[in-house]
Ligand binder design. Structure first.
Ligand code: ZN
Length: 243
């Protein structure tokens, strides 16, 4: 069955920074949409802070997996929308994939439960190590791959211990960072992925594209029933099994 993906991008750098415009002439969201759309199993739509493609209730409620790129305008995302996203993940099983600087986004903080603070430094060469080669998100990814130049995110990364740590990165100034990690939250799944600074050609990288695509399949809603929120249990499971 097709997976409905929405790529959210605050879309501010894309309009104001020449380096970003050169890498992503139609915006990062459309670039991500284009490489994902080569997979005919994915129905990909976009939403931005300023529109015209807004993240309406209708679109959010029709989204299986939400990708989130934001950096300079986290504070402009309405709290009401953040709460709707949190409920979509925790109750309705929507997958959530915060990319790069989304570690400081309101939805990441609300769903994962942390500040997402980290140590920062300027661009260096990054090696992304594949720590869990048997994980579905690591499928087709080599033992390691390198990014010629990427913004340094370093430890300590102020997050709850991840449920699964798929990738860890080393930068050539010595910093290390847990760069690809999974959380299970309520009925939903979250995959945070660090590469993706707007002035570097990160989303052009074939392994980055593969990881994002793999993560969408992993985070898509599981075909399992949502437990009935009955407390205390007013029915007998044994009686139910006899039927
Ligand atoms: Zn960045």
């Amino acid at each position: 069955m097709a997976i409905k993906v929405t790529v959210w991008n605050e879309g501010r750098h894309d309009k104001t920074n020449d380096a970003v415009k050169a890498l992503y002439p139609n915006g990062m969201h459309n670039f991500i949409k284009d490489f994902l759309s080569t997979d005919e199993n994915l129905i990909v739509r976009t939403a931005t802070l300023d529109g015209p493609d807004l993240l309406t209730d209708e679109l959010l409620n029709d989204t299986d997996v939400l990708l989130w790129w934001g950096h300079m305008a986290h504070h402009l995302v309405p709290d009401e929308l953040v709460e709707k996203i949190r409920i979509r993940v925790m109750v309705d099983k929507m997958g959530f994939i915060p990319l790069h600087s989304a570690h400081k986004s309101k939805p990441f903080q609300a769903i994962v439960g942390s500040t997402g603070d980290l140590v920062w430094s300027d661009n260096r060469m990054e090696i992304v190590w594949n720590l869990l080669p048997s994980h579905p998100i690591a499928e087709g990814i080599p033992e390691y791959f390198h990014l010629e130049k990427e913004e340094v995110y370093g430890e300590p990364f102020m997050i709850p211990q991840p449920d699964e740590l798929v990738f860890t990165s080393w930068f050539d100034d010595g910093h290390i960072f847990r760069s690809g990690l999974c959380y299970y939250r309520g009925m939903g799944k979250v995959f945070y992925f660090q590469p993706g600074h707007e002035t570097n050609p990160i989303f052009h990288n074939e392994y980055v594209q593969k990881i994002i695509r793999n993560a969408i399949y992993w985070a898509a809603p599981a075909n399992t029933p949502v437990p009935r929120p009955t407390c205390p249990r007013v029915y007998s499971i044994v009686e139910e099994l006899k039927k």
